[in-house]
Write a protein that binds this ligand. Structure first.
Ligand code: FE2
Length: 669
């Protein structure tokens, strides 16, 4: 006789336990056990418990290969799902084999768990496992299929409704409850004040402060006080929600009609634009991606966006100051250069149009496409290409938690024809078009922070905390990824012969980057180094980059004048005609404003079941070396948290979005 002790752990979330009967069967190289019932009654009725059961066999099963788990009804009670976290099997030979599960199990489902260390396809040494691996991938490719909304935007999962999503990629029950609550809360507050749906215009800037009497942050209050100031306007292009669209300017674009004389008064005395460009103190935000973009029809006419240039000067106090704005690409008499010396409302109106366009680009191109859509592509490709025993599945799957759920939801409520972004200046057609343009401009190096910063000439810019914290995070993630990848890929040859890894990157290239050969994206991996770089970029994108772009939404955008997603009047074509009333007429009306603000509340909310960068709450790796590597990664992140706290203590305005304690391990919101 031989005995196997099974330590079974149930998840610690709500309703994880079950009353149903659970049966287990062990498969080894020397045979299989009887199908054994693990408990007579009341199995695992409590969440977060670990119980031990015994499976007896006539002889040793040899090396353990698979554990089959089945759940059958308890009397005639309705379906009672069970969240099994893991099973650890102690063998008669004294080994402990980890079988990670971490999923909901329904009645009648075929659940066969692989145990032990991670295995790549060319390392499989048993026909049973090879067969299991192949069947798993066939099932996964059927469950997770690519769908196309538009030929020129990244492909996505085929499910149109969150209720159709497989349980393993849905929000947890507690997140679903929390999410509804937050959305409801915002709606209730706004309705209570009679603002939702109101077509009234704002009567003054002060009135806008009534939106969220109970919902504010120190930063959102700061924004509401300082949004008109030039140095705070400049600050946001480095450390606001969109630090991605400004670059050093060493030569003016030929279609930007700004002259030396125009900007001389705003530079250091005795200096010139040419001299300041040579010193590296001039910066440009070029919004040409908006040029001739389709826009939404509003009250019988098509709205207009700006699509011009904003020129900045890094002054001797290290403040980034806007010094000239041209609101369209082609210079003309109807396209004047706005300057800080213009009337207060002319200059403010010009800045509002720049910020409105910047907010649209930020939200749709940088945030949604650059993090959410890419995260989904990486996730779907991984679910289709890697079996759960693959080391990169174990490594990456925590970084895809809840991403398919939020994106499936967002495709309807944010970017769909009836989504809230379709009520922006762009409308649905414009939203899709800007995603197309954004993707066609995207390059592999633009996704890799060190190359991105250098390409934009921002290596030495002062007070650029997104870069400072982002680079430290990039390096910490890179060092972590290097250790994990090196553990599993001892040589470039290992990389080349891992057909599942090659399938993964090929799917990403085809379905995410749409086979764009000009973007420098990898089509296959030839070296360990190439894998390390790509996975560094992936983890950085779905954690740090998403946090930097997502988490300040409420802080910076709930105060609508700082970045209106809708401008109801066209950009000004002459100077000296504007007033405060022109600005108020340009803003969205009360109801439109509160809709956008409510969205910022929901998307900036901190949820109770958040998993932070590096937490790796599920025990997927059995290998001690990997567990140690994860601990080192966590220690590095703790160190960075302290460094950022010390730096922030000295700042008037702390930059908090890249504190590791604020960064989620995946795109979930
Ligand atoms: Fe997000």
């Amino acid at each position: 006789m031989a005995e196997y002790k099974l330590e079974v752990t149930t998840g610690n979330m709500k309703f994880a336990g079950t009353l149903d009967h659970i049966h287990a069967t062990l498969f080894g190289t020397q045979g299989q056990s009887e199908r054994t019932e693990l408990d007579k009654i009341g199995f695992n009725t409590l969440s977060g418990t670990t119980r031990t059961y015994t499976i007896q066999t006539t002889a040793s099963l040899g090396k353990l290969l698979l554990l089959k788990v089945e759940k059958d009804p308890f009397f005639i009670l309705p379906e009672d799902q069970w969240f099994c976290s893991k099973v650890v099997a102690a063998t008669p030979e004294g080994d402990a084999v980890l079988f990670p599960c971490y999923r909901w199990i329904s009645r009648g489902e075929l659940v066969e768990l692989r145990g032990g260390n991670a295995v790549k396809v060319f390392e499989e040494d048993h026909p049973l496992l090879t067969d299991h691996r192949n069947k798993e991938l066939i099932t996964k490719k059927d469950l997770y299929q690519w769908a196309i909304t538009d030929e020129k935007i990244p492909h996505h999962i085929q499910y149109m409704d969150i209720a159709e999503l497989p349980a393993e990629v849905q929000y947890s029950l507690s997140r679903k409850q929390d999410f509804r609550f937050t959305k409801g809360l915002a709606g209730v507050e706004l309705l209570f004040k009679g603002m939702a749906g109101s077509t009234e215009q704002w009567e003054s800037f002060e009135n806008i402060k009534d939106i969220f009497c109970c919902e504010k942050t120190p930063m959102s209050e700061y924004v509401a006080e300082h949004w008109m100031e030039d140095d705070f306007f400049g600050y946001q292009f480095l450390n606001g929600t969109n630090p991605m669209k400004m670059e050093r300017c060493s030569e003016l674009p030929p279609n930007f009609a700004v002259t030396e004389e125009m900007v001389k008064p705003f530079l250091q005395e005795g200096s010139s634009l040419k001299k300041e460009m040579e010193k590296g103190n001039i910066f440009l935000c070029d919004q040409k991606i908006m040029d001739k973009i389709p826009t939404r029809e509003y009250e019988g006419e098509h709205l207009q966006t700006a699509s011009g240039f904003c020129l900045f000067y890094m002054n001797p106090e290290n403040k980034l100051m806007p010094i000239a704005i041209q609101l369209h690409q082609e210079p003309s008499e109807q396209n004047p250069i706005f300057l800080p010396s213009d009337s207060e409302t002319d200059w403010l109106l010009a800045k509002i149009f720049v910020k409105s366009v910047d907010t649209l680009i930020y939200q749709i191109v940088c945030h949604l496409m650059g993090t959410h859509f890419l995260a989904e592509v990486f996730a779907v490709a991984a679910l289709r290409s890697f079996p759960v025993i693959h080391p990169l599945y174990k490594f990456l799957i925590p970084h895809f938690r809840f991403t398919l759920h939020i994106n499936t939801l967002g495709r309807t409520t944010l970017v769909g024809p009836k989504g809230s972004l379709s009520t922006s200046t762009l409308g649905y057609e414009g939203v899709i078009e800007i995603i197309r343009r954004g993707l066609s401009e995207m390059t592999y190096s633009s996704l890799c922070l060190p190359e991105n910063i250098t390409a934009r000439g921002l290596d030495s810019v002062s007070n650029f905390y997104y870069r400072d914290d982002g680079m430290k995070l990039w390096n910490i993630i890179n060092s972590f990824v290097r250790k994990v990848v090196a553990h599993y890929y001892r040589s470039d040859g290992d990389v080349v012969k891992d057909t599942e890894l090659q399938d993964w990157i090929s799917e990403i290239f085809t379905h995410g980057f749409l086979a764009n050969n000009l973007g420098g994206f990898p089509t296959r991996f030839n070296t360990v180094e190439e894998v390390v770089k790509f996975i560094t970029m992936l983890i950085f994108t779905v954690t740090a980059q998403h946090a930097a772009l997502n988490n300040g939404q409420f802080d910076f955008i709930s105060w609508m004048p700082n970045g209106p997603l809708l401008t109801r009047k066209p950009p000004p074509t002459t100077k000296g005609q504007s007033s405060i009333q022109t600005i108020l007429d340009t803003f969205p009306n009360v109801g439109e404003t509160v809709t956008f603000a409510a969205q910022a509340v929901v998307l900036s909310h901190k949820y109770s079941d958040t998993v932070l960068l590096g937490a790796y709450t599920d025990e997927l790796f059995q290998e001690p070396a990997l567990k140690q590597t994860i601990k080192e990664f966590q220690a590095d992140l703790c160190g960075l948290t302290d460094t950022i706290a010390e730096r922030n203590a000295k700042l008037e305005l702390a930059y908090t979005y890249l504190r590791p304690t604020e960064i989620e391990n995946s795109v979930t919101i």
